[in-house]
Each structure stands twice: as structure tokens, then as C-alpha cells.
Write a protein of this length. Structure first.
Length: 256
């Protein structure tokens, strides 16, 4: 049974009063929801009112990967945190992660400080612009995997072990993820980070922007700065890209 069919079965049984589907809580406040079963009424969800702190940035990534495996495709979280005011650094790191949310939006509560790419000065604005443009450049690639999600039920946002099930090192990794089949993303998740350690499964990997080769089957220590968003291409991947324009409404989806 594919993920999509399993979700439909669980949804049907839940409506009969059988609580078969639970575990991934649609809210990141553990004080309120810890251990509670959650009923998802449609295959599209966002994590509800999250908080603007580093712990919840890290928590969000793990929770979305679990939701993907549960058959939920169109998922996301409030970039920057709904409650509270993120620093420019936290907002930047959250946006770098968030452009790889299937449902991507920056959002905050009423009466909170402005929380947009242009709210934190020139440096954050320029980094945010480049990051958002990356999401649009990847549209042809991303659309292909949303089409596969619709047809086959496979998630767009994937834990590493979904692509590398024989590599037991990937089983405990939630700091990295796959975007579709060919892109490995390792967002920076710690405040003030100057380097991060990433794990590359076996094979050749290439930096998305420079095409520089890295060999897998081990950990790599990567220096980072505020603008860094580590994205690597798996050997054999073809990544179709779109030009950055003001409108993408002329693009069409595949028909079969």
C-alpha cells in the first residue's frame, strides 16, 4: 500500500471513530500537546503557532520530515516563528530552511514586530532575496516531485533514509533532508555557527552552486557564514531550473 493509499485508509477509519492516526502533533508547544493524538482531516497541514527560538527551528525540521512520512505532502511552518520576535540571524536561518517547506510562508502574530525579509536591514534583505530566488529557480524540479506526490504518494520533503535505506547512519539524521530524489539540503540550525558537520551517503556529490565534487560515505566539516545554505546534488541527478522572473504563471505542469 503506497503512502497516499494508506493515508486515505486511515482517514476513512478515523471518521468511523477509530483513532488509528496519531503521533505527529500539529503544534510545537509540548506543554499543551505532548502525547495527544491528532486527527488530520486533509493531506495539507502546517505546524500551528510556533515560537521564534532556535529550539523550535530545529524541532520544526524533524516534525515536518515525520509528517512527510505520514502521507502529508503540503506541509510547512510559520517561518521566523509565529509568537515572539526573531533576530535577523534566526529569521535568515529559518527562511533558508523554509524555502524547502512544501508550503512556504513567513508569518507572525498580530501586534508583533514586522517579520519580513526587508525588516532586518540590507544584509538580511539581500540574503533573503537570493534564497527566495533559489526556490523559484528550482520550480521545474520541484513541480516534477509534486506531480509524483500526486500520482504515487511519495513526499517531496524526504528524510535521508527514504533515499538511502541501506545506510543505517541516515536513520537518526533530521538535521539534513532530501528535496526530491537528487538534492541534499543541510540548513544551519545553531546560533552563531561558523561551521557545520554534514553526512554524505556513499557516492559522489556536487555543490549546487559551484559543481565542486565531494565524495560521500562520511562526514564533512563545512565552514558557514550567514549567507550559507548548503545544498548538494547527488551524482546522476539532472536539476532543471527556471530563470528568475516576476511571473511564473506561464509554466505548465506535465500531463502524464
Amino acid at each position: 500500500m503506497c503512502i497516499r493509499d494508506r493515508y486515505r485508509y486511515i482517514q476513512k477509519e478515523n471518521k468511523k471513530g477509530k483513532k488509528l492516526f496519531g503521533g505527529i502533533v500539529a503544534n510545537t508547544d509540548p506543554r499543551k500537546y505532548k502525547g495527544r493524538w491528532v486527527y488530520f482531516d486533509k493531506p495539507s497541514k502546517e505546524l500551528k503557532d510556533n515560537f521564534a527560538n532556535w529550539d523550535q527551528l530545529r524541532m520544526t525540521q524533524a516534525m515536518l520530515l515525520n509528517m512527510s512520512l505520514s502521507g502529508l505532502i503540503m506541509i510547512g511552518a510559520d517561518i521566523g516563528g509565529f509568537v515572539g520576535a526573531p533576530s535577523g540571524e534566526l529569521y535568515t536561518r529559518w527562511l533558508q530552511q523554509g524555502i524547502f517547506y512544501p508550503f512556504c510562508r513567513t508569518h507572525t502574530a498580530v501586534y508583533h514586530p514586522s517579520q519580513d525579509p526587508f525588516s532586518y536591514g540590507k544584509k538580511v534583505r539581500e540574503i533573503s532575496k537570493k534564497v527566495i530566488e533559489l526556490r523559484y529557480r528550482l520550480l521545474p524540479y520541484t513541480y516534477s516531485y509534486f506531480w509524483q506526490a500526486y500520482k504515487r504518494g511519495l513526499p517531496v520533503l524526504r528524510p535521508l533514509f527514504l533515499e538511502f535505506p541501506e545506510d543505517e547512519r541516515t536513520y537518526q539524521i533530521s538535521e539534513q533532508f532530501m528535496w526530491g530524489e537528487w538534492l541534499l539540503v543541510a540548513p544551519v540550525l545553531k546560533e552563531g555557527a561558523q561551521q557545520i558537520t554534514i553526512y554524505l551517503p556513499e557516492g559522489k556529490w556536487y555543490w549546487f552552486e559551484s559543481s565542486e565534487e565531494l565524495k560521500g560515505a562520511g562526514e564533512k566539516v563545512i565552514p558557514v557564514e550567514l549567507s550559507s545554505l548548503p545544498v548538494l546534488v547527488r551524482e546522476g541527478g539532472i536539476i532543471p531550473l527556471a530563470p528568475v522572473t516576476v511571473s511564473y504563471t506561464h509554466l505548465t505542469l506535465p500531463t502524464n
